[in-house]
Structure formats: structure tokens, C-alpha cells
Write a protein that binds this ligand. Structure first.
Ligand code: 13P
Length: 271
């Protein structure tokens, strides 16, 4: 395996204070669940999640947002969308604005997911614009970054991640960053059953925190929630979430089954 020399020559900080950060477990349902199926899943999840010691979010398809907001009202489960456009309104057929999400009662929005980057032409520039629009509307963006398999095998994971963080958050203030979550999702681990090891997840999440420290200072970097995502499941969540810089999870497949998602929530609560 070839290994390019690292370009990140700054001195690394060991961030040790995990307990000052909010643990957030978010389910990304992707393009799954009809309305009746969503009702069943949320109804099953509510009692299982009610004693969660972490923030619980479900990021559902647009067609399920109203259902999710209605069914989770008065509970500890927050609702997120899976994308938003950067314009306030206009001729953008098929798109949804951040204001539209806010009006429905949505709190979070996933942005820059690798599936958006891979299949829908999303770039760091558009992720940056969408992040700014989401913040302006009062939403909390969950911004996804992650390397492809060949990038990892070429030894450029840190370059890729550092570039994504710098571009996706360009022009975003420290105060605004405090309303964002970063999800580290190695693309090779998404939906493949091939989870990053807990050490690999920790290594990159700690690196992300170091990049943030360079951009925003140590105090800010220390407070940002960084999630891991990619084949996290009921069996491996506890180990991943026990790592110092892994503050939560962005979960695809395992968030579609209430008992599995609840196990992950409990792992974060205990982690
Ligand atoms: P899986 O948990 O299905 O691998 O998906 C991860 C993901 O992409 C969450 O956004």
C-alpha cells in the first residue's frame, strides 16, 4: 500500500474531555419507509428512547417530516431532514428550502452526505452554501465528511478530510459552528457492513477536532460534537462510542429497526 507523505505538519492536540460534549445519536432513514411504516417505527421507538441520556434525532424522508414532527411532539426525539437547498425560494424544481423545513418543525438537517456527493453532484461548494442557508434558517446542520476507499489506500485520508472541513465550513463563524454537528462517514464503510475499527474512527474524529482547532481555536474545537457513521449497529456501537473523540453516531440501516436503534442510543447513554 503506497503512503503519501502527510501535508498536515501541525502539532497534534490530544483532546481528552469527552464529557463536555453533547452525545447525539441520529438515524438517517435515507429513502426508506412509507408513511404508515414511519408511524409504526416512531411509535415503537418512543418508549425505547424516552430515558435516553443522549440527544436522539431521526432524519426522515421529506414525505415523512410532518408525520415525524407530529408523532414526536412532546418527546425527546428530534426530527431532521436529509438535505436542503441553499436558495430561499425560486425555480429549483424538486428542491426544498431550509425555511420550508423550519416551518414544518424540523430541527436538524443532514448535509453533504456521501450519497448526495456521489449520485447528485454535491460538491464542497454546494455543501458550504447549504450549510449557511440551514444555519440562517435556524436549523442545525449535520455535515458529513469522509474519504473514499482509494483515498484511504493512497494515504490521503487526512488531506481529504481537512479539505472538506475547510471548504464546507468556509465563512462560517465559531458561533455558527457551535450549532453544527460533524459526521465522519468513511465512504467505504457506508452500507457495506464494513465498519471502521473503533481506533480508525477515533483517529479521524480526533484529526477533525485538530483541524477545527486550527480554524477556530481549541476551546471551540473541544465543544463540537463529532459523530461516526458507517455500518454502526447494535453490536459494534458501544466500542465505537466509547472512544474519546467519537461523540455519537449517524446510523443508516440499523436506525430502521427500533430495538437496534434503541441499543445504540443506550450505548451512547452509557458510553
Ligand atoms: P449505514 O449505517 O447503513 O452504513 O449508513 C451510514 C450512513 O450513511 C448514515 O448517514
Amino acid at each position: 500500500m503506497s503512503s503519501a507523505p502527510s501535508v498536515m505538519l501541525f502539532e497534534r492536540i490530544d483532546f481528552m474531555k469527552k464529557d463536555i460534549r453533547r452525545a447525539v445519536i441520529a438515524g438517517n432513514w435515507k429513502m426508506n419507509k412509507t408513511r404508515p411504516e414511519a408511524e409504526t417505527l416512531i411509535t415503537d421507538l418512543k418508549p425505547l428512547a424516552e430515558n435516553a441520556g443522549c440527544e436522539v434525532v431521526i432524519c426522515v424522508p421529506f414525505t415523512n417530516l410532518e408525520t415525524a414532527v407530529r408523532l414526536t411532539a412532546g418527546t425527546n426525539i428530534k426530527v431532521g431532514a436529509q438535505n436542503c437547498h441553499f436558495a430561499k425560494s425560486g425555480a429549483y424544481t424538486g428542491e426544498i428550502s431550509a425555511d420550508m423545513l423550519k416551518e414544518v418543525g424540523v430541527e436538524y438537517v443532514v448535509l453533504g452526505h456521501s450519497e448526495r456527493r456521489q449520485y447528485f453532484g454535491e460538491t464542497d461548494e454546494t455543501v458550504n452554501k447549504r450549510t449557511k442557508a440551514a444555519l440562517e434558517a435556524g436549523l442545525k446542520p449535520i455535515v458529513c465528511v469522509g474519504e473514499l476507499l482509494w483515498e484511504r489506500e493512497s494515504g490521503i485520508t487526512e488531506e481529504v478530510i481537512s479539505r472538506q472541513i475547510k471548504l464546507d465550513f468556509a465563512g462560517i463563524s465559531a458561533d455558527e459552528l457551535m450549532n453544527c454537528i460533524i459526521a465522519y462517514e468513511p465512504v467505504w464503510a457506508i452500507g457495506t457492513g464494513k465498519t471502521a475499527t473503533a481506533d480508525q474512527a477515533e483517529e479521524v474524529c480526533a484529526f477533525i477536532r485538530n483541524v477545527l482547532a486550527g480554524l477556530y481555536g481549541t476551546d471551540v474545537a473541544e465543544k463540537i460534537t463529532i459523530q461516526y457513521g458507517g455500518s454502526m449497529n447494535a453490536g459494534n456501537a458501544a466500542e465505537l462510542l466509547s472512544k474519546t473523540n467519537v461523540d455519537g453516531g449517524l446510523i443508516g440501516g440499523a436506525s430502521l429497526k427500533a430495538p437496534d436503534f434503541a441499543t445504540i442510543i443506550n450505548a451512547a447513554t452509557n458510553g
